[in-house]
Design a protein around this ligand. Structure first.
Ligand SMILES: Nc1ncnc2c1ncn2[C@@H]1O[C@H](COP(=O)(O)OP(=O)(O)OP(=O)(O)O)[C@@H](O)[C@H]1O
Length: 805
């Protein structure tokens, strides 16, 4: 028993001592076949997101000496997104963003594969699991790990900002850990480009509980980076406190009256549990400031006293990260001598991979030879190079500058793809680089899928087949004779296995030449993980050993769980079936206590910043494929106590408000809209503009009920109605997985709540801009009188909304 457990123990990361092939074929004495997807075996479900399941995958190996590389494959059913361009937008947005981000704390995109049924986004495998579960297990983080992880978060966010990208959905659920407990930012579905010249954005999105106040309470364009900063503050608070900062309205314990909740949050000062020390409070108070102009920016955060232990790490510039090369285990390696800045050298010295690591990774993973300038051939225009205008929708101006003729050319090139992109073009009000990129990518998807002659071409021409061994390629082409796989290369060109179309093509792939102008062989280098406190390479060894030992000793059978979970199904057909990994990793704790700063930052002083925040817990929400049904499920709010993982109720600690707030019935959207119209007779005066959101009957009812609550300084009817409407706009992330037991908050496109005024809160800064036109515009926010047409409009609105860049 013990020997078997030791042999098969799964600890994430690399499968040391594991004979994959042997296990695959004989672990239980029977010959088993793996489900495959492209060059990967597909195993357990790691998690589930908006688009479907994320599966563990690992490369096929030809020899017993070769270690399989583990990946996470985000599988998206093609038929689920075929007709919904907003979903496609999210997917391609994520892909395009990840292609351009090379940072140890940002998930690495390995490649994108597709067959006739699925698009598979192959990501590096974050074996440390989900960050919020990590916090749950520990109840809260001690200062040292919190500081380290927050520094990594800040570094990653700073890096993406420097690339002209904002995440817009930073939250605990979108943070993962690698095997060394380094933070990995993931889920870039809401990422957007901003221009250094004008980064203001209008589309509010993300999870309400992490949403900056300016996203919610005004209709003014907001400074996108500052919104990310706010989310970082919420995350930091959750790390340190073990719960979210605004989560406990005694008047509204279940949080099911959203309007009330918002008012509560708006009027409640930031409070700290006693165990958050003064220096941490100081930082939090400077981040969680309602007025974005007074909020710290990311650079100032990096300079904050609390992060001094990580100054060296935080001093690595984005350019320096670009010059570093990733190793598969996220250890650092200097990419080239020319890039040897002092910081680069420092980290190279500290994080050179061990010999064992080198063996595991092999040279095949260390591909980084292409000039950075080639990046500019990419579909996503490098904002750092081009002074892009703010996306029309996100900026005050809808005018596209003439200087972006290259983008226009790409747009022209994509004109021919109208059958599938017409919706995108219809609903996208921007000619931003992101939208151009999207359209060009989709164009490639539509028209430029062509068979190639030789599978090996892929490894030569695609930038993200960095890890695909030729042996695996051969394997897949032999075995998957009836399946069709294609890959997106880094520049959006899709290459598809034509095996489905003709047997003579089953042995290879053909690269489309139509988009050859978009291609280059650019291969991004990738930096590796930062291990704070590490002053020698030995730290990596220690961590690796420590983790392995810990996990080996605490996760008996884990490895077997993964491999055993592979269903014995026929090849070529990715199964929906899979077993769940029993995530029982024991996390290490490297806490050290920093000196107390009690005197400098007296305890007990409360923050004066007021915030507005809410959380939406998507539990079993579902939306039908045709957007007609909006099924929202109930969940209860959690109480403000440290997380107790043994208590099932407290497992929802980070999900303090559920979609139950928006309707416990399974009424479809159309009928709810009819009900809305019935309850809002004056809606005939209105039209559903792009700024409008619609409300479920229940939401409106909630708003009306809440309107009886007297709140000084606020017009209750307007507030509640608008707040209800805003939350009912949750649509883009409602999952089509009604039976899922996932407990995860939804990210949403948040409409502005004009009725809640920042200055209603006495704690608010007076100079904060309020949308003074909100009253005048209020009628325009109400639903259309005609139920049927309103329903249609709402559906269209949802599409438009999620298409906004
Ligand atoms: N690289 C990865 N390594 C390990 N697990 C992962 C990885 N990516 C995703 N997962 C798991 O899959 C889950 C869903 O992934 P993800 O959030 O990226 O999907 P999504 O469809 O974008 O979801 P959403 O948009 O709702 O957040 C994660 O919560 C996590 O548990």
């Amino acid at each position: 028993m013990s020997s078997r457990a030791q042999r098969n123990t799964y600890y994430g990361g690399y499968t040391d001592n594991l004979d994959n092939q042997a296990l695959a074929s004989s672990s239980y004495g029977t010959k088993r076949k793996h489900v495959t997807f492209g060059p990967y075996y597909v195993g357990s479900t790691l998690g589930e997101g908006e688009f479907g399941k994320v599966k563990l995958g690992w490369t096929k190996t030809t020899s017993k000496l070769e270690m399989p590389k583990q990946v996470a494959i985000k599988l998206i059913r093609r038929d689920a997104i075929l007709n919904y361009s907003e979903k496609e937008t999210k997917i391609y947005r994520e892909i395009n963003a990840l292609k351009h981000l090379t940072h140890p704390n940002i998930v690495k995109l390995e490649e994108v594969l597709q067959n006739s049924k699925y698009i598979g986004i192959v990501l590096e495998f974050a074996s440390g699991g989900e960050f919020y579960k990590y916090i749950q297990k520990k109840r809260r983080l001690k200062e040292t790990p919190a500081c380290r992880l927050f520094a990594q978060l800040v570094s990653g966010v700073h890096y993406m900002h420097s690339k002209g990208l904002v995440h817009r959905d930073l939250k605990l659920e979108n943070l993962l850990l690698d095997k060394h407990e380094n933070l990995i930012i993931t889920d870039f579905g809401f990422v957007n480009e901003f221009s250094q010249r004008n980064e203001l954005m209008k589309t509010s999105c993300g999870s309400p509980c992490y949403a900056a106040p300016e996203l919610v309470v005004t209709t003014e364009p907001y400074e996108a980076r500052k919104a990310d900063v706010w989310s970082c503050g919420i995350i930091l608070y959750a790390m340190l406190a073990g719960y979210l900062p605004w989560d406990d309205d005694p008047q509204n314990p279940d949080g099911d009256d959203i309007a009330k909740l918002y008012l509560y949050i708006t009027k409640t000062a930031l409070k700290f549990p006693e165990y958050i020390n003064p220096i941490q409070r100081d930082l939090l108070r400077k981040i969680l400031v309602s007025d974005p102009t007074k909020r710290l920016n990311i650079r100032n955060i990096e300079k904050h006293e609390w992060l001094i232990p990580h100054t060296q790490f935080l001093s690595v510039s984005p350019e320096e990260w670009d010059t570093m090369e990733i190793k598969a285990d996220r250890n650092i390696q200097l990419r080239s001598s020319s890039a040897s800045s002092s910081a680069t050298k420092r980290y190279t010295m500290s994080h050179m991979p061990t010999s064992a690591d080198s063996i595991r990774t092999g040279d095949k993973y260390s591909i980084s030879t292409t000039s950075r300038t080639e990046k500019h051939n990419s579909l996503v225009i490098d904002s750092s190079r081009y002074s892009l205008p703010a996306p029309a929708q996100e900026s005050a101006s809808n005018i596209m500058s003439n200087q972006f003729s290259a983008e226009k050319e790409q747009l022209k090139a994509s004109d021919k793809i109208k059958p599938r992109t017409s919706e995108i073009q219809e609903h996208t009000r921007t000619n931003s680089a992101a939208s151009v990129a999207l359209q060009a990518v989709v164009a490639a998807d539509i028209n430029n899928i062509k068979p190639v002659e030789n599978f090996d071409n892929i490894t030569q021409t695609t930038s993200y087949n960095l890890t695909r061994p030729h042996s695996a390629s051969n394997s897949i082409t032999k075995k998957n004779s009836s399946s069709s796989y294609s890959t997106f290369n880094k520049y959006g060109t899709i290459m598809e296995d034509s095996s489905e179309k003709g047997s003579e093509k089953s042995t290879g792939y053909v690269h489309s030449n139509k988009n050859s102008h978009l291609r280059s062989d650019h291969k991004k280098p990738r930096p590796t993980s930062y291990h704070p406190g590490s002053s020698s390479a030995g730290y990596t060894d220690f961590l690796a050993t420590y983790n392995v030992n810990k996990r080996d000793s605490n996760n008996e059978g884990k490895k077997s769980a993964v491999y055993d979970s592979v269903p014995s199904l026929v090849l070529n057909e990715l199964s929906e079936e899979s077993l769940i990994i029993n995530k029982t990793e024991k996390f290490t704790n490297h806490d050290q206590n920093l000196p107390s700063n009690e005197n400098k930052y007296p305890l007990g002083s409360q923050g004066t910043s007021n915030t507005i925040s809410s959380a939406v817990h998507e539990n079993t929400s579902s939306i039908s494929d045709n957007f007609k049904k909006l099924s929202l499920h109930s969940d209860s709010a959690s109480t403000q106590k440290p997380i107790d993982v043994d208590n099932s109720a407290n497992k929802k600690r980070f999900s303090f408000l559920s979609l139950s707030s928006f309707g416990s019935s399974n009424r479809n959207l159309s009928s709810e809209l009819v009900a809305i119209n019935q309850t809002k007779p004056d809606a005939s005066k209105t039209s559903l503009s792009s700024q409008n959101v619609t409300a479920s009957h229940k939401n409106i009812q909630q708003g009306r009920d809440a309107s009886h609550v007297s709140v000084p300084g606020v017009r209750p009817n307007r507030i509640n109605y608008e707040a209800s409407k805003r939350f009912s706009s949750i649509n883009t992330n409602t999952r089509n997985t009604p039976n899922s037991n996932r407990s995860k908050r939804a990210s949403v496109m948040v409409a502005n709540v004009s009725g809640i005024r920042m200055d209603d809160n006495p704690l608010n800064s007076k100079d904060h801009k309020i949308n003074e036109n909100s009253n005048n515009n209020s009628t325009a926010r109400e639903p259309h009188q005609n139920g049927q047409s309103t329903a249609k409009r709402v559906i269209d609105f949802f599409k438009r909304r999620s298409m906004r860049t």
